[in-house]
Design a protein around this ligand. Structure first.
Ligand code: DQA
Length: 141
């Protein structure tokens, strides 16, 4: 199993950025825990603050990875281009958010990408990524 995690803008600052919303842990630390919990799964990680680089990564892995876990950050709420990229590939994509975006500002209530994704997991903190991984593993069984 090969799973690609793609994190979008400002998620390189996890652990530092608004810890009351996003927690104290860096993504690198969380990734170590996730990888040790799923040693049989190859978990690749990519982060970019640049929308086009996220699209390039989706296109690069989107015909051969078994699943993609995508936290598009604020591009979730704005990006038709990410929606189109997800629709253009064959690998299933799970949209993930650390926070419950529906309990936050109104501008976070709309997702431009949900309709193109296999499913959405949000609001469980960093554990949202593990739940998405479980969902992708279940799809393969
Ligand atoms: C986020 C929610 C988005 O609204 C926000 O712009 C982020 C992080 C989350 O994981 O909760 O950057 O995707």
């Amino acid at each position: 199993m090969k799973i690609q995690i793609i994190n979008g803008p400002n998620l390189n600052l996890l652990g530092v950025r608004e810890p009351s919303i996003y927690g104290q842990s860096t993504f690198e630390d969380y990734l170590k825990t996730l990888r040790s919990r799923y040693p049989e799964v190859q978990i690749d990680y990519f982060q970019s603050n640049v929308e086009g680089e996220m699209i390039n990564k989706l296109q690069e892995v989107g015909f051969e990875a078994d699943g993609i876990i995508l936290n598009a950050g604020a591009y979730t709420h704005t990006s038709v281009a990410l929606h189109d990229a997800i629709r253009s590939i064959t690998t299933p994509v799970v949209e993930v958010h650390i926070s419950n975006v529906h309990a936050r500002e109104a501008f976070r209530h709309q997702s431009m990408i949900s309709a193109a994704c296999k499913g959405v997991i949000l609001g469980f903190g960093m554990d949202s990524y593990r739940l998405a991984l479980e969902a992708l593993l279940a799809l393969k069984q």
